[in-house]
Design a protein around this ligand. Structure first.
Ligand code: ATP
Length: 340
């Protein structure tokens, strides 16, 4: 069993940057876990601290039952895949995959056999004699994965594993990684700044900000019930509507300091008056393909001038300047305290 437990983990870099700030996190055995957050929030530092490539300033890292906080990377039983794959350009695929075992002094014949086995699992059989420069981005990524897998580690750590692939390959690689992780059942932590990737792939995920964790949950929980305003505004490919609560239907008497949130996907649009709906004028209509994103500018005293975004199905065609209504679906609106 190899879950990962971080307890009060703190990393202060020599210049004084507090990249991890007394962070607690529990990643379960066998889980595919995503670390998501804006640039500089500490994702890579967290991954490197688990790998042993950074020494914690204080706090504890446990893998399975073992306290590994002071162990060097080679004794932590983790396989890491870096963003740029870090393959050796002068070695062929077989030697690249077998490299960690060479470091461990596994005999050559044995490690070439192991490398060939893993290569076959990843569909790389035909490529064992090639050098990295003769491979596509997707193939290089698989070689990096194969190298991490060959030693059969208890934990995989992936740092932005898909960011070097073009959009089409990325989708393919996403599905491939997800299936592979499912089959292997190895605890896997992957860092990404791409929320679509985290939402699509992870069993659970953590959203980080400033060296701390702001929410942990399944992608569904994090998307539907963001725990605070930071997560609410960070998650969502079309950002959540966040308005002073008094601008929301039925909340005209709400006190100051309350923020009302509802996702554009959870509003039903109508060009006729609806009870309990935001009312305004269509300011902008953006075509998103099978849907459009409509910006309503609210009228009335409470919400005058506030903008509300609504995702509207293709059966409706709102026109700029027309009056429009948008009603939150039951149970989809959220309230936050300002500054939360
Ligand atoms: P990104 O998404 O941009 O890769 P990240 O969330 O992975 O960012 P980290 O790379 O962990 O963030 O960096 C966290 C903070 O620590 C940042 O403020 C960064 O500038 C700082 N930092 C990272 N590495 C070092 C270092 N070796 N020395 C000093 N400061 C560092």
């Amino acid at each position: 069993m190899a879950g990962i437990t971080l307890h009060a983990l703190t990393k202060v870099y020599p210049g004084g940057v507090r990249a991890l700030d007394a962070l607690d996190l529990e990643i379960r055995d066998g889980e595919f876990f995503a670390l998501l957050g804006p640039s500089g929030c500490g994702k890579t530092t967290l991954l490197r601290a688990v790998a042993g490539l950074e020494t914690a300033t204080s706090g504890e890292v446990r893998i399975g039952d073992a306290d590994v906080t002071r162990l060097p990377p080679g004794r932590r039983d983790v396989g890491m895949v870096f963003q740029d794959y870090a393959l050796f350009p002068h070695m062929d695929v077989a030697d690249n995959i077998a490299y960690p075992q060479r470091v461990r002094r596994v005999p050559r014949a044995e490690r070439r056999t192991a490398a060939a086995g893993v290569a076959a699992e990843l569909g790389l059989d035909g490529l064992l004699g090639r050098r990295p420069g003769e491979l596509s981005g997707g193939q290089q990524q698989r070689v990096a994965l194969a190298r991490a897998m060959a030693a059969r580690p208890r934990v995989f750590l992936l740092d932005e594993p898909l960011s070097n692939l073009d959009a089409r390959l990325r989708l393919e690689a996403r599905t491939f990684l997800k299936r592979l992780q499912n089959e292997l059942g190895v605890t896997t932590v992957f860092v990404t700044h791409d929320q679509a990737e985290a939402l699509a792939m992870a069993d659970r995920m953590a959203v980080m900000e400033g060296g701390r964790i702001r929410q942990v949950g399944t992608p569904g929980e994090v998307f539907r019930r963001p725990a605070n305003l930071f997560v609410a505004s960070f998650i969502g490919s079309t950002p959540m509507n966040l308005l002073p609560a008094r601008a929301a239907p039925g909340l005209a008497s709400a006190g100051d300091g309350l923020v009302y949130g509802v996702r554009p996907e959870y509003l039903d649009y109508s060009d006729e008056p609806l009870d309990g709906a935001f009312a305004g004028r269509v300011a902008v209509v953006e075509n998103l393909g099978s849907t459009s994103l409509v910006t309503l500018e609210l009228g009335g005293d409470d919400g005058a001038g506030e903008l509300v975004h609504v995702v509207v199905g293709e059966e409706r065609e709102p026109r700029p300047g027309a009056r429009g209504w948008a009603r939150p679906r039951p149970g989809r609106a959220l309230l936050y305290r300002d500054g939360e």
